[in-house]
Design a protein around this ligand. Structure first.
Ligand SMILES: [Zn+2]
Ligand SMILES: [Zn+2]
Length: 118
């Protein structure tokens, strides 16, 4: 396990299909550390980096920021997804996207504002 920040290992953000693709944008990693710090609870990336094939399998958008390591779908242990999304919005502001889903929150660092509900 390769540690890439105080609370995360590289493997946690690797493509879930098992292809071995990994790599996460440093700005996103920093945002996730902020989320960890805010709630003082473990942050799990249910989906982060995706290869093209896996992105299609999970029905991701064609230009998904998961393809470039700029997006993560996260859950925070013991914290409702709505609360996580509220904090992510205040954190990322106009620098990225926040998607509200039942049970998880999508956060990305695309460089411009995006908000939606899944
Ligand atoms: Zn893959
Ligand atoms: Zn996502």
């Amino acid at each position: 396990m390769k540690k890439i920040s105080p609370n995360f290992h590289e493997e946690e953000f690797a493509c879930k299909c098992g292809c071995g693709l990994s790599g996460i944008d440093p700005e996103l990693l920093y945002a996730l550390e902020c989320v960890r710090e805010k709630f003082k609870a473990p942050v799990t990336a249910t989906s982060a980096r995706r290869c093209e094939k896996h992105n299609r399998t999970v029905g991701g958008a064609e230009e998904s920021f998961h393809l470039t390591g700029k997006a993560a779908d996260i859950v925070v242990k013991g914290v409702p997804a709505a609360n996580v999304a509220d904090y992510c919005e205040s954190l990322i502001r106009d620098r990225g996207g926040v998607g509200r889903y039942p049970g998880f929150t999508h956060i990305d660092v695309r460089g411009k504002r995006a908000r939606w509900r899944g």
